[in-house]
Ligand binder design. Sequence first.
Ligand code: NAD
Length: 460
Amino acid sequence: MTTIALVQALQQQKAFFATGKTRELAFRKDMLQRLATAIAQEEESITQALAEDFHKPAFETYATEIAIVLSEIKFILKHLDKWARPRKVKSSFLNFPSKDYIYPEPYGISLVIGAWNYPFQLTLSPLIGSMAAGGCTFLKPSELTPATSQVIAHLVEKHFPAEYVMVVQGGPEVSQELLQLSFDKIFFTGSTAVGKIVAQAAASQLIPVTLELGGKSPCLVDETANLEVAAQRIVWGKYLNAGQTCVAPDYVLVQESVQRPLLEQLQKTITQFYTASPQQSQDYARIINDRHFERLQKLLQASKVYFGGQTDASQRYMAPTLLTDVTWEQPIMQEEIFGPLLPVLPFKTLPEALQQITQREKPLALYFFSNDQAAQEMVLAQTSSGGACINDTISHLANPHLPFGGVGTSGQGNYHGKASFLAFSHQKSVLKKPFWPEVNLRYPPYQDKLNWMKKAFDWL
Ligand code: NAD
């Protein structure tokens, strides 16, 4: 689309928003329901598109792209009446007599920029928040998953007018153009590097922004953990989507005394999950493109392989791989891996491991496997991360009661469930007064009213 066409499309959405239609609760619910029906109807084409884009297994597509979005709609529909209505709060004695409220109102027209690794969910889930809040939306899905982006565009065009939701396809240049326009809210999912570009563009127009970014999410295992169960949960979280998950365990820090048995369990589990030749497995995805494949290949070549390590560039296949003897100075420990390479590093004491984590940027997720409750609380208290699981990986993001988002360089703001509604809403503070009685303590001439005012503050 040309810049002029984008500007016109935005004006159309602004005009539609100004009619007030999108703020009507019945309209919002109707649109959410329509979206759910459309997704259910398109299940087959969504699954095919993701398989075409990077061999995503049908099971993973259903669980992590379709079901998660449908359950989000269901959850929001169940609670929207309550969230959307004005909420009465206590009034201040100083304003007597008054009644005070919080009125949630939609920001207006939102720009959602999505990432490729869960291309359907990461674009549609923010859309649900924007619809629930009562706004209009521009969606810019990732250019790296063209088949899925096409399905999203088709689905939106078929079921929604462009003045309400529209899809703009393209890469960074299109994002850059969109970022010049005057949206009321920007919701970005992607890398920390691009997140900074988006934040700067938003700041130049003072547009509120949510940034869902990445980072190196650590996974700690101490000697009290059940290693067999820990290995299953780590292997699942790491190799799901071939490691291309923002909250995948990036690396494992394991207590020295159990490093060897954990490695054995991890190896055994990989074979159980993906057979002895994962390349033949229908349950294992591929690397998204050649650029990422080559990046991962370089990291792999500079590392010591404990298990796995096979690659096939023609299919962008990289085996589920365990790496040992890794140091913090190696490139693999300097950047988010975002692929099926799992460095396993030993630690002697928990404080030593925590020091390694807290010296670095705040991660999007942190995982701790331990049977020691005091140690669990210590890890939660002494580290900062977007989210965390004790004795599991990834699963916290599937609970709509838990806000999902990063902290520091892993992001700002959050979404899912009520947090999605709030991400696209302004909380307007409203004070209502009757004309009578009129308390004139605050008006000039002040004369001896200062003493009264001081007494009033003392009573508070
Ligand atoms: P990316 O930052 O390269 O791209 C994300 C989006 O930004 C795409 O739509 C892309 O077209 C656009 N973009 C790219 N360069 C741009 C530029 N210079 N200016 C404006 N827009 C630009 O990220 P990606 O490779 O698609 O996704 C992987 C990253 O996203 C990883 O770091 C991962 O951890 C993170 N991620 C985070 C979450 C989360 O929920 N926190 C979820 C998925 C992925």
